[in-house]
Ligand binder design. Sequence first.
Ligand code: HEM
Length: 150
Amino acid sequence: LPASFQRKVLKPIHLSNGTVLPAGVTIEIPAYGTSRDPTTFPNPEEFDGLRFYRMREANESFNSSSASTVEAAAHNQFVSVSQNSLPFGYGRHACPGRFFAANEIKMIIARSLLTWDVRNVNGAKERYPNLDLGVNCVPDPRRELEFKEI
Ligand code: HEM
């Protein structure tokens, strides 16, 4: 997501760096940028399937008492929301459907991996470019994939 949630400014907001957000404008949250901030996520452009698993492990060993271990494990999950994880929003209106979405996505991927071999047409290795539609960044539905039942 290039951006996640939007808000309309009702009263002028003065930020500590001197920036003023005037009443009436719509602001949006740069979730894409925060998700790729190398000070939070080293090598952000590199796919690392265990990135968040390792971050949770590091949190757990840092907080050793059992109550804080539970809390540490709750951070850096797919559904976690924080100032560094904004794709599902943050605060009072954070997405309530994210737990359902996470389970659906896992079931679809697991079912697909169990049922088919999947590849790009003619086995091409490069990822198809995403489509940017407004604030959304989505797979291009015009592209084709090849499925073989296993
Ligand atoms: C990967 C999938 C999804 C993403 C990335 C996503 C993302 C978001 C974001 C960014 C917001 C705005 C939060 C805010 O304004 O602070 C939101 C709100 C919301 N989402 Fe989702 N969502 C997803 C799936 C779902 C699903 C599956 C449902 C319902 C079954 C759902 C229901 C809602 C509802 C009802 C709100 C409004 C919450 C409110 O305004 O209090 N979402 N979502």
